[in-house]
Design a protein around this ligand. Structure first.
Ligand code: AMP
Length: 399
């Protein structure tokens, strides 16, 4: 099957072919025909599955076939970075279809955004807070809105954006199409969906909240004070082409960045205290290969799409399984493979247990002579391996 098999806007299909994007991914094959019918849709799909084109291609076709004034497609996303990333994909399709776009997020001036909205940009990609500011200032015209798309709905929930989303919806026409994309489908997400959608179709791609199989995962048990040394060892051994390292706090992100710089690594960082310009510069430098390592906090790194990330390292284990899955989803995107390494210290075993329970298996251990013994609540049923490994490591320590 190719994109030409669907009733899509021909110039968009051609533009994709020029980027060698010819065969639809599973979420695209399932979502495109449904969205073309105008039905509401909930798609549970992991990050990196091609979600953006899955909603953009059919939505663009629908508005090209039925041209009207004002903003026709509104895409709500949780973070500025995701806004920029979604825009990058949408822009290509918009250009091919002679449509205009507006990029709406906080932390930057209003003028350019106001102009784009007032001119009636056909497609707006927005974070909820800033969009509400523009709605308050009467800058946006959604009278003829064709489709509302919520991207990464679960993260919008986590970040407390649902009240803003509900507020925005009161300013949109009722006869619109609504599409919701989410990596997980928690109760609160389901409730929001039932309040704002009409008999949605639902598709689930792959297993819910499971990482792509192409990621090779490893667990490095380590004492907290040895983490710095271990990460230097891991990087020296792996010599990653491009590596994202995740930490829990901004301060730790700053510290690790400094330390890696001192060791001679080409490293950039993104976290909440960096300005939009600094973050973009870091991302651009990472994308182009100027920096081989990008050190990041979860929130800052959410939804960032960088092709060809070879390694993801969890310097701090994430507090919840969803974050783990999102982090390791940064690698092995769009049919490549990747490695995800997680450092875990004795104070973090509870978080590890939750992650392993969600995964349904223990993460293979990569032990060093000074590794502490891992105690994970996860007990694999009828599976070989973890217990064996644990017993072996206990024996090793007794020797
Ligand atoms: P997304 O899940 O939308 O963030 O997409 C992840 C990456 O996959 C993006 O860089 C897309 O350009 C790429 N991509 C999307 N669809 C396809 C496809 N059908 N074939 C190859 N690459 C794709």
């Amino acid at each position: 099957m190719t994109f030409s098999d669907f009733d899509l806007h021909e110039p968009c299909v051609k533009a994709l072919a020029e980027q060698s994007i010819i065969t639809p991914t599973p979420v695209q094959s399932e979502a495109i025909p449904m969205v073309l019918t105008g039905k509401d849709l909930i798609a549970v799909a992991q990050t990196g599955t091609g979600k953006t084109l899955a909603f953009t291609l059919p939505s663009v076709k629908r508005i090209v076939d039925n041209p009207r004034k004002g903003t026709r497609i509104l895409i709500l996303v949780p973070t500025r970075e995701l806004c920029v990333q979604v825009h990058r994909v949408v822009e290509g399709m918009a250009d091919a279809a002679n449509l205009t776009t507006a990029l709406i997020y906080g932390g930057v001036g209003y003028e350019k955004q106001t102009k784009a909205l007032r001119k009636g940009a056909h497609i707006a990609i927005a974070t909820p807070g800033r969009l509400l500011d523009h709605i308050d200032q009467n800058n946006a015209n959604f009278k003829n809105l064709s489709a509302l798309i919520l991207d990464e709905a679960d993260r919008m929930l986590d970040m407390g954006f649902f009240p803003d989303v509900k507020d925005i919806i009161t300013h949109l026409p009722k006869d619109r199409q609504t599409l919701m994309f989410s990596a997980t489908f928690q109760d609160a997400v389901a409730r929001l969906a039932s309040n704002m959608m009409h008999n949605p179709e639902k598709i689930v791609i792959g297993t819910i909240a499971k990482p792509v199989d192409a990621v090779t995962q490893k667990l490095y048990p380590v004492l907290p004070e040895r983490k710095l040394r271990l990460i230097d060892e891991i990087l020296s051994e792996a010599q990653p082409e491009s590596c994202m390292i995740f930490l829990r706090t901004k301060v730790r992100t700053e510290q690790l960045t400094e330390m890696l710089k001192n060791k001679g690594w080409k490293v950039a960082q993104i976290h909440g205290d960096r300005s939009q310009g600094q973050r973009q510069q870091a991302l651009d430098g990472f994308r182009t290969g100027k920096y081989r390592i990008l050190v990041a906090t979860d929130v800052a790194a959410r939804g960032i799409d960088i092709d060809g990330v070879s390694h993801v390292i969890n310097y701090d284990i994430p507090d919840n399984p969803d974050d783990y899955i999102h982090r390791i989803g940064r690698t092995a995107r769009a049919n490549t493979t990747g490695d995800a390494y997680t450092l875990v210290s004795p104070g973090e075993f509870q978080a590890l247990g939750a992650i392993e329970r969600t995964l349904g298996h223990a993460i293979p251990r990569e032990e060093r002579p000074d590794s502490p013994r891992v105690i994970s609540v996860f007990k694999p049923e009828g599976k070989k391996g973890t217990r064996g490994r644990r017993v072996r490591s206990m024996h090793r320590r007794r020797r």
